[in-house]
Write a protein that binds this ligand. Structure first.
Ligand SMILES: N[C@@H](CCSC[C@H]1O[C@@H](n2cnc3c(=O)[nH]cnc32)[C@H](O)[C@@H]1O)C(=O)O
Ligand SMILES: [Zn+2]
Length: 460
């Protein structure tokens, strides 16, 4: 049953503490994210939901509202949904660049992450959320550690998130599994349903079959979906072939992982048989073109996945491998990249790109089942997660096709306002829930841990 119909205890508590506002955005343009072209009209937010959306003038008196927003020169659209990432890696932005995944992780990132304290991770998550909010993201997923501090940062930011404690085999695995369960018990449904907890085994090459089986048992017990990195590099596939005799996807299938709801991040190197398995098992995918390009991992078979009916959302991955958290950029990249590679201008059209960054992203994270079936669209009764774009820039003229402009001409820099569950997190380019100055100052201080001469010297 969806939370729209039966509110959880947490949600009632959280709602009880906040006034139920009626907000009108009038005289505006909107894209509802359902595939339709932009309309000129108005939107009413009531509490945490969209109450009305329609073309033309608002029929109600302005005095019926607690707040009215003049939407002239604005485009209202669904908030963007980041389907893969590691938020606190914002602190490692620019720390290890121009390296392939394997060396990047083993030689640079994992040793650096060992130095991150829970306080650092709280800060890094806030830094990432500032960037995500500023560029129009309303929901993100995270796979990291010290996830209780991440959940607290998310709660106070007002963002929506799907969070999983990263699990790798080895000494820490038992503790990580315990933390994963404790995270679920403490935070699933918190913040009026803004937080959903999943399980996050890191990858088939860092988790043994035994660990994956423990994760599956816990997933069964808690009834939660999984997120995992899959088939990101050619090396990963080759290693799997020599170790298990099959591809990572066939291997995970044989183990039974895909009997559970799974979000597979990357899926860059997958053959037809692999894709058939994903389609048949209902595995959902996060496509992360920026990270895949920057790490030199390759280009995922996006069109082949979509043609099989596989649900694909878009992700940035962490800021250490992107190095931005701007989904407008991923949306444009996803469209252009696959048109070019396939020599087919219709491969991913504007509407497909927009839906991957919104409603398909919600589905990729199973939030259609866990939060609301219309998350990522502007439909009546959908959660009021929406953003406003400033249309005054020359790049939005002439305004004949705002759907195309939103995908091909826009930039995260054009976002002026961000609402999640009807609450303003960003108004007229000002952060309402996070102290930006403090986070920037602290990030510089904590970042200094990694700014040793050695970090910057280039190996000869
Ligand atoms: N090592 C953690 C658990 C893993 S969290 C998720 C991990 O994914 C790593 N990561 C980030 N981007 C990628 C990627 O593109 N592929 C694989 N791993 C990644 C990231 O560095 C982080 O350590 C522990 O101490 O318990
Ligand atoms: Zn990742």
């Amino acid at each position: 049953m969806y939370m729209s119909h039966s509110r959880t205890r947490n949600e009632r508590i959280a709602q009880g503490g906040r006034m139920t506002l009626r907000i009108l955005i009038h005289s505006t343009h909107y894209l509802d994210g359902t595939g339709r072209e932009a309309e000129s009209g108005y939107i009413v937010i009531h509490g945490d939901r969209i109450a009305e959306i329609g073309p033309g003038d608002c029929p109600h008196s302005r005095s019926d509202f607690d707040q009215t927003i003049d939407g002239a020169n604005r485009l209202v659209m669904p908030g963007l949904i980041n389907a893969h990432g590691h938020a606190a890696m914002s602190l490692l932005r620019g720390f290890a660049d121009d390296m392939p995944l394997h060396a990047w992780l083993n030689d640079r990132i994992w040793p650096a992450e060992a130095k991150l304290s829970p306080e650092d991770i709280h800060l890094g998550t806030q830094l990432a959320m500032l960037e995500m909010i500023e560029t129009g993201t309303t929901t993100f997923t995270d796979m990291y550690f010290s996830m209780d501090t991440v959940a607290e940062a998310v709660l106070s930011s007002g963002m929506r998130a799907a969070l999983g404690r990263g699990i790798v085999s080895g000494e820490g695995a038992t503790l990580a599994l315990k933390e994963a369960e404790a995270l679920y018990r403490a935070y699933h449904g918190a913040g009026g349903g803004r937080i959903s907890i999943n399980l996050a085994p890191h990858a088939p090459y860092t988790c043994s079959a035994e660990t994956l089986k423990e994760v599956m048992a816990l997933a069964e017990k808690l009834d939660v979906p999984l997120q995992i990195h899959v088939s990101e590099t050619r090396k990963e596939v080759q290693d799997s072939l020599s170790e298990h005799g099959v591809s990572p996807i066939v291997y995970l299938h044989q183990i039974g992982l895909f009997s559970h709801p799974v979000t597979a991040a990357h899926v860059v190197h997958a053959d037809d048989n692999d894709l058939d398995i994903l389609a048949e098992r209902g595995v959902r995918v996060s496509h992360n073109p920026g990270s895949n390009l920057k790490l030199g991992s390759g280009i995922a078979p996006l069109l082949a996945m979509r043609e099989r009916g596989i649900i694909v959302g878009l992700g940035t991955d962490g800021a250490a491998s992107n190095n931005k958290l701007d989904l407008f950029e991923e949306m444009r990249l996803a469209a252009l990249l696959h048109k070019g590679v396939l020599e087919n201008a219709t491969a991913i059209d504007a509407n497909a790109a927009l839906s991957m960054a919104t409603s398909q992203g919600a589905k990729a994270l199973f939030l259609d089942e866990r939060v609301h079936p219309d998350l990522g669209t502007l439909r009546v009764d959908a959660p009021a997660d929406l953003i406003l774009i400033d249309l005054t820039s020359p790049r939005y003229f002439p305004r004949h096709r705002l759907l195309a402009h939103a995908v091909y001409s826009s930039s995260g820099c054009d976002v002026t306002d961000v609402f999640v569950a009807g609450r303003a997190l960003y108004r007229n380019r000002e952060f309402m829930t996070i102290d930006q100055e403090k986070v920037r100052y602290e990030a510089e201080r904590v970042g200094a841990k990694f700014h040793t001469k050695a970090s910057f010297s280039t190996p000869s």
